[in-house]
Write a protein that binds this ligand. Structure first.
Ligand SMILES: Nc1ncnc2c1ncn2[C@@H]1O[C@H](COP(=O)(O)OP(=O)(O)OP(=O)(O)O)[C@@H](O)[C@H]1O
Ligand SMILES: [Mg+2]
Length: 270
C-alpha cells in the first residue's frame, strides 16, 4: 500500500478544516465524507481523475455550491459559505480555470475589475501604483501594466489572474489548473509564482492534472477518487504512488514499467 498521512507537519496555523463534506446532485454523489486541512504558508495539491470531485470541492469553498452534509471551519470557527461574496469576505479567493479576464482591458483595469468600489476605491494613478507594487512583489514578468491582456502570454495572464485574487489579501487562494494551457517556461514561471504566494503566508489549494507540477511545488498532495479521500502524501511522493492512489489500481502502466526495471516518468525508484 502507498504510505498515507506520511507528510511532515505543516508550519503555519490551521486556516481551513473540512470534515465530512458530502455533495449530491440529485442521484449523483459528487463528494462523500471529505476531509481537508489547509494551513498558512502551505501548498495543498488536490489531484484526482476526471469526475473525482475536485471542482465540486472548490465550488463549495468558493460559495458556488452548498455542501449536502459536513462542516467547514475557517480560522477556527464554523462557517457557511452561502455565496461567492461570502467566500471573498471570509478570505477565500478562487482563480477559476477560464480566468475571467477582459481581453480588451489593460492589466491595471483587470486587476481592479469589480473592486473599483470600496474598500478598494482608488483613482487611476493609485491603481497603477498598487498594481506595479503587487506585481513587483510577486516578481511577475509583465512588460507593462498598461498593455491590454489580449497581448499577454498564457503565463502572464495566469499571473494577472492570481495577482487579482490577492488584492483582497485572502487567507486561502484556490487555483484551478493554473498550468493546464501553458508551455514549459510559462509553467515554471507560474510554479515560481505559487511559491512566492506561499512565501507571503497564504494557504494555496492547487488543482492540477500534472503530477510533475504537483510534486514540484506541493507540500501535501490530497488525492480524491470517486468523490472520496484516497490518500494524503508529502511532496516527495513518487509518480507511481500518486497514480496508484488516483486510479485505485495497483496494476497500471506506471507500476508495470517499474516492475520491468524502467524508471517511471519522474519517479524516484531506487
Ligand atoms: N452541477 C452538477 N450537476 C450534476 N452533477 C454534477 C454537477 N457538478 C458535478 N457533477 C458531477 O459530480 C462529479 C464530480 O465532478 P467534478 O466536476 O467535481 O469532477 P472533477 O474532479 O473536477 O473532474 P475534472 O478533472 O474532469 O474537472 C461528476 O460525476 C460530475 O458529473
Ligand atoms: Mg474539474
Amino acid at each position: 500500500m502507498p504510505p498515507v498521512n506520511e507528510q511532515d507537519p505543516p508550519q503555519g496555523e490551521l486556516l481551513l478544516r473540512l470534515r465530512g463534506i458530502s455533495k449530491t446532485f440529485g442521484a449523483v454523489t459528487a463528494l462523500s465524507d471529505i476531509e481537508l486541512d489547509v494551513h498558512a504558508g502551505e501548498v495543498v495539491a488536490l489531484v484526482g481523475d476526471n469526475g473525482a470531485g475536485k471542482s465540486t470541492l472548490v465550488k463549495i469553498l468558493a460559495g458556488v455550491h452548498q455542501p449536502t452534509t459536513g462542516t467547514i471551519e475557517f480560522g477556527g470557527r464554523q462557517v457557511t459559505v452561502d455565496n461567492p461574496r461570502k467566500a471573498l469576505e471570509l478570505g477565500i479567493a478562487t482563480v477559476f480555470q477560464d480566468l475571467a479576464l477582459c481581453e480588451n482591458l489593460d492589466v491595471v483595469a483587470n486587476l481592479f475589475l469589480g473592486h473599483e468600489l470600496s474598500p478598494l476605491r482608488l483613482d487611476e494613478v493609485q491603481m497603477e501604483v498598487r498594481a506595479w507594487k503587487l506585481l513587483q512583489e510577486l516578481a511577475a514578468r509583465i512588460p507593462s501594466v498598461r498593455e491590454p491582456v489580449a497581448s499577454l502570454s498564457g503565463g502572464q495572464r495566469q499571473t494577472v489572474a492570481i495577482a487579482r485574487s490577492l488584492l483582497l489579501d485572502p487567507k486561502v487562494i484556490m487555483l484551478d489548473e493554473p498550468t493546464a494551457a501553458l508551455g514549459v517556461a510559462q509553467t515554471a514561471e507560474v510554479l515560481n509564482l505559487i511559491e512566492r504566494v506561499r512565501a507571503r503566508g497564504h494557504g494555496v489549494i492547487l488543482i492540477s492534472h500534472n503530477m510533475e507540477d504537483v510534486r514540484a511545488v506541493a507540500d501535501r498532495i490530497v488525492v480524491l477518487r470517486l468523490g472520496r479521500n484516497a490518500g494524503v502524501f508529502g511532496g516527495e511522493a513518487s509518480h507511481e504512488e500518486l497514480v496508484t492512489a488516483i486510479t485505485g489500481a495497483r496494476e497500471n502502466a506506471v507500476s508495470r514499467r517499474r516492475d520491468r526495471g524502467i524508471e517511471a516518468t519522474g519517479g524516484e525508484q531506487p
